[in-house]
Design a protein around this ligand. Structure first.
Ligand code: TUI
Length: 315
């Protein structure tokens, strides 16, 4: 069995987090991941405070294992979500897409373990100084909103720079990725794309089919002009957005408006034309729908076999 410090720290069986994906990571997915021994994470991004409270209560009914809440800091509801996680006694908060520093004191004094997603060593050092108990180092292979560094370079540098456990994210979808992440110094992994096709994931079937059909080169990034590039699968919508990345004929506000509602249209309506099907470069590794328990078991038995067999390289 693969056990690391993060298992002990969070009371989980396998060192795997499920990415807190907006419009995707609901009570059904998060509870299934936690019940399978990983860390399930409910996304606060698309919910106001009361909707988030309802989703948290649903998750509590579906699992008695620890689960976390992901707070996307660019969300208009971030402040409400920050309060609700305290009121609902959530043990673990993962943050993304910005600096969590303004909320750290209130979360830490409520006994919440704070684990920010970070795109660079400098930001990792800053959040650890402020009290983060671990960080998720997410490389640009990931789906959704990404930083500039890739997982292979980011994870070992963050691991060397901070003395808390590092969770690797971005580009990991199978046991080889899990084994590699551990070799890079990580104490665990976070996966989004592979969990998109989990049986317990409630997104539209069109989204799952698109991920399963994707090849390695089927993602594209858009939104660099806004300072927040987003990786998604290629379709009419993402190609058209990409073609306007350097178009001075539209303002940044107009460009941003083009993206509004597109992730919801993909995840909830399966709108193949105007949806933004966010997914990572690892989509090409994702071949079939499985339960969360099957995914997690497969990830760690593959990783264990690879690590056990690795002395074949030593002479
Ligand atoms: O947040 C993500 N991925 C996301 S959020 C999202 S929702 C969305 N919808 C529409 C448009 C844009 C986003 C979809 N995918 N990943 C975690 C992540 N965090 N990636 C990058 C960062 C990050 C960036 C800067 C974390 C901290 C940070 O700090 C800046 C600072 O100044 O401290």
């Amino acid at each position: 069995m693969i056990k690391t410090k993060i298992c002990e720290l969070l009371g989980i069986e396998y060192p795997v987090f499920q990415g807190g994906m907006a419009w995707v990571a609901d009570a059904s997915l998060a509870s299934a991941v936690s019940n399978a021994g990983g860390l399930g994470i409910v996304a606060a991004m698309n919910s106001n405070g009361e909707q988030l409270r309802e989703e948290i209560r649903k998750t509590k009914k579906l699992t008695d294992k620890p689960f976390g809440v992901n707070i996307m800091l660019m969300s208009p509801y971030a402040q409400e979500a920050a309060r609700v996680v305290v009121e609902e006694n959530i043990p673990i908060v993962v943050t993304g897409a910005g600096s969590p520093l303004i909320y750290m004191e209130s979360w830490l004094s409520a006994g919440i373990k704070v684990i920010p997603v970070i795109p660079s060593t400098a930001i990792a050092i800053r959040v650890v100084r402020a009290g983060a108990c671990a960080v998720v180092a997410e490389g640009g292979e990931a789906g959704g909103h990404i930083g500039e560094l890739n997982t292979m370079a980011l994870v070992p540098q963050v691991s060397a720079a901070v003395d808390v456990p590092v969770i690797a994210a971005g580009g990991i979808a199978d046991g080889r990725g899990v084994a590699a992440a551990l070799m890079l110094g990580a104490q665990g992994v976070q996966l989004g794309t592979r969990f998109l096709v989990a049986k317990e994931c409630t997104i539209h079937q069109n989204y799952k089919d698109k991920v399963i059909a994707a090849k390695d080169s089927d993602t594209i990034t858009t939104g660099r002009r806004l300072g927040h590039p987003v990786r998604q699968l290629k379709n009419e919508f993402s190609r058209s957005l990409a073609s306007r990345e350097y178009d001075t004929g539209i303002t940044n506000e107009e460009f941003e408006e083009l993206g509004a509602g597109s992730l919801r249209r993909a995840a909830r309506e399966g709108d193949l034309k105007t949806g933004s099907f966010m997914a990572g470069q690892s989509a090409g590794l994702v071949k079939k729908e499985q339960t969360c328990a099957e995914i997690i078991y497969e990830l760690f038995s593959e990783a264990e076999m690879i690590i056990k067999g690795s002395d074949k390289w030593i002479r």
